[in-house]
Design a protein around this ligand. Structure first.
Ligand SMILES: Nc1ncnc2c1ncn2[C@@H]1O[C@H](COP(=O)(O)OP(=O)(O)OP(=O)(O)O)[C@@H](O)[C@H]1O
Ligand SMILES: [Mg+2]
Length: 222
């Protein structure tokens, strides 16, 4: 599902050369769940941004769902994100002017799918928010907003979910419910997942646990 080999990511910032990811090799099989931990600034979000094609590697090779990202132009990368990946962020990233239902339907609308609204409604019901479809994000609790974001991430039936501290802004009980939902949906649809988390209990629930330290990837649990 993911194959990264010898990936480097460096930026020049304020006259300094920063090596943010160094020699990263990573293979994630279809349906596999991988936890990624590491100190703040170690490069976790950057690694997800490279897999999602939001940033481009300085060198090395990245394949996602069989596609070599270096061969894709911006439009191809946007399509990959929309149609094959589901992305969940710590701060939800919902569009404030759209209702819950419209937020969930958006990836399908952009892909020109005729059944967008009815499929979005089904997903919203699966995350337990069928009765909040017409609410805008500000009219929802944090946990509800994250459930909407999870519904949106799964609506196009992606083969890979990238989740960056998805419960970081939620209280523990709400966070646990949101994680149960995320794991349950990914398992039932055989999606692979890379989960960035600071929570060791969550990391223990995955198949494999990796850790980034200063841009170098280490194995914690093989
Ligand atoms: N475009 C950029 N320009 C300059 N520095 C950058 C850029 N992108 C990332 N960085 C730096 O790369 C490092 C890794 O950032 P990243 O956001 O990946 O860390 P992280 O592991 O996700 O941290 P956190 O746990 O705090 O979210 C940081 O030191 C950050 O300042
Ligand atoms: Mg981060």
């Amino acid at each position: 599902m993911i194959a990264m080999s010898s990936v480097e990511y460096a930026v020049d910032h304020s006259g300094r050369h920063l090596e943010i990811l160094r020699g990263v090799n990573l293979e994630v099989a279809p349906g596999e769940f991988v936890a990624l931990t590491g100190p703040s600034g170690s490069g976790k979000s950057t690694l997800l941004a490279l897999i999602a094609g939001v940033e481009r590697a300085t060198s090395g090779r990245i394949r996602v769902d069989g596609l070599d990202l270096a061969t894709l132009a911006e439009e191809g990368l946007a399509r990959l994100r929309r149609e094959r990946l589901g992305i969940v962020f710590q701060d939800f990233h919902l569009i404030p002017t759209l209702t819950a239902l419209e937020n969930v339907a958006l990836p399908l609308e952009l892909a020109g799918r005729p059944q967008a609204m009815s499929q979005a409604r089904t997903l919203l019901e699966q995350v337990g928010l069928g009765d909040r479809a017409e609410h805008r994000p500000l009219e929802l609790s944090g946990g509800e907003q994250q459930r909407v974001a999870i519904a949106r991430a799964f609506v196009a039936r992606p083969a890979l979910i990238l989740a960056d501290e998805p419960t970081g802004n939620l209280d523990q009980e709400t966070g646990n419910r949101v994680m149960d939902l995320l794991f349950g949906l990914a398992r039932s649809w055989h999606a692979a997942m890379v989960l960035v988390t600071h929570n060791p209990d969550l990391a223990a629930r995955t198949d494999r646990h990796l850790r980034l330290e200063a841009g170098i990837l280490h194995t914690v649990k093989p």
